[in-house]
Design a protein around this ligand. Structure first.
Ligand SMILES: Cc1cc2nc3c(=O)[nH]c(=O)nc-3n(C[C@H](O)[C@H](O)[C@H](O)COP(=O)(O)OP(=O)(O)OC[C@H]3O[C@@H](n4cnc5c(N)ncnc54)[C@H](O)[C@@H]3O)c2cc1C
Length: 306
């Protein structure tokens, strides 16, 4: 555990205090927080953290507070700074790290102090290994994303406002991004297709099976490059994260980057011709066969079962 009086957490949205305190292994009473955002957020943070500093970013985006935050945190010379993985949070931590001349470590699970500095445990290879680092302090870390909830302290801290002019930055437009509003994150069933389909001609049986199962169609990343499925439907680390009851993977090898998107799928069924395909390690049920033979059988079976 880091000496908590020397640990700071940086908050720019709800739900960030729990993961930050989790990394520090503390109930928060001895930690200092710096909050960028509305006063309500600062007050909420004060329920679980001993000391709360607050910068009101007003109408400006979070990033406009980066300079003021970096200055305030650096003045306290902390041993460790835990940020948040929100887009604004990453920017704030970057500014603090630059001011402290400190390294940044992502996907952090826990930090502790030893004689030589700070020991950092971080997750790597999509959660398959834990890497332990010794870092000369100070160090800035980004936590892994968790649902950890903070404990409410007996005596809530009143936020101390830091008067700071935001850096010049005006929000001139907010518009939906292409692909926003994808149906995949909420889909109960997904039929997902990979390069093993061979060509766009196979999409007919894929959409028939999806329709028979009342499922959404998804794919691996290379499939959008060849245009068989629209770009907002690829699943994985850099794509959609899904949590269906059923994920049916057709001709998908199961690369770690793809599996990262189906961590929360309940039942995974894989059809693949290669017994060594990684998808079989994640699958609850595996069919070692040519998808072009199995999928028509499945369509008939589902139709017959109605
Ligand atoms: C930084 C980075 C980020 C990435 N992000 C993602 C991501 O978010 N999502 C993602 O999907 N990928 C991502 N990738 C790509 C990833 O590494 C893999 O290359 C990709 O997932 C492989 O796609 P695939 O399984 O469809 O194709 P392949 O790896 O080519 O696998 C095709 C599979 O089909 C099987 N097959 C062949 N013919 C048949 C048949 N007739 N019947 C049944 N099975 C058959 C083969 O045995 C094979 O296992 C990323 C890569 C990088 C470097």
């Amino acid at each position: 555990m880091v000496a908590m009086s020397q640990a700071w957490i940086v908050i720019d949205g709800e739900g960030q205090v729990g993961p930050a305190l989790d990394v520090l292994g503390t109930n928060g009473s001895d930690v200092s927080a710096i909050v960028v955002g509305p006063e309500d957020l600062a007050v909420n943070v004060g329920r679980s953290v001993g000391h709360v500093n607050w910068i009101d970013s007003g109408e400006a985006p979070t990033e406009a507070g980066a300079d003021a935050i970096a200055e305030a945190v650096a003045a306290a010379a902390p041993t460790a700074v835990v940020g948040s993985v929100s887009p604004g949070g990453r920017t704030l931590l970057g500014a603090i790290a630059a001011r402290l001349d400190a390294p940044v470590v992502s996907d952090t699970l826990a930090i502790s102090q030893d004689g030589n500095g700070t020991r950092v445990d971080k997750s790597d290879l999509v959660g398959r290994v834990i890497v332990t680092l010794d870092v000369p302090t100070p160090v800035c870390v980004l936590p892994t994303q968790t649902d950890a909830a903070p404990v409410e302290l007996a005596n809530p801290a009143m936020p101390t406002r830091i008067e700071a002019a935001p850096q010049a930055m005006n929000r001139v437009a907010v518009e939906p991004a292409p692909g926003a509003g994808s149906v995949l994150p909420n889909a109960a069933r997904i039929v997902s297709v990979g390069r093993g389909l061979g060509s766009a001609d196979g999409m007919g049986i894929v959409t028939q099976l999806a329709s028979a199962l009342q499922a959404e169609v998804a794919c691996s990343m290379p499939v959008i490059d060849v245009g068989w499925v629209p770009a907002d439907r690829y699943v994985g680390l850099s794509g959609q994260h899904v949590s269906p009851e059923l994920y049916l993977a057709l001709g998908i090898s199961g690369a770690p980057q793809h599996l990262a998107g189906i961590r929360n799928a309940k039942v995974v069924v894989a059809i693949n011709t290669d017994i060594k395909a990684g998808i079989f390690k994640r699958a609850d049920y595996g069919i070692l066969a040519d998808l072009h033979q199995v999928v028509p059988e499945l369509i008939r079976a589902v139709a017959g079962g109605r």
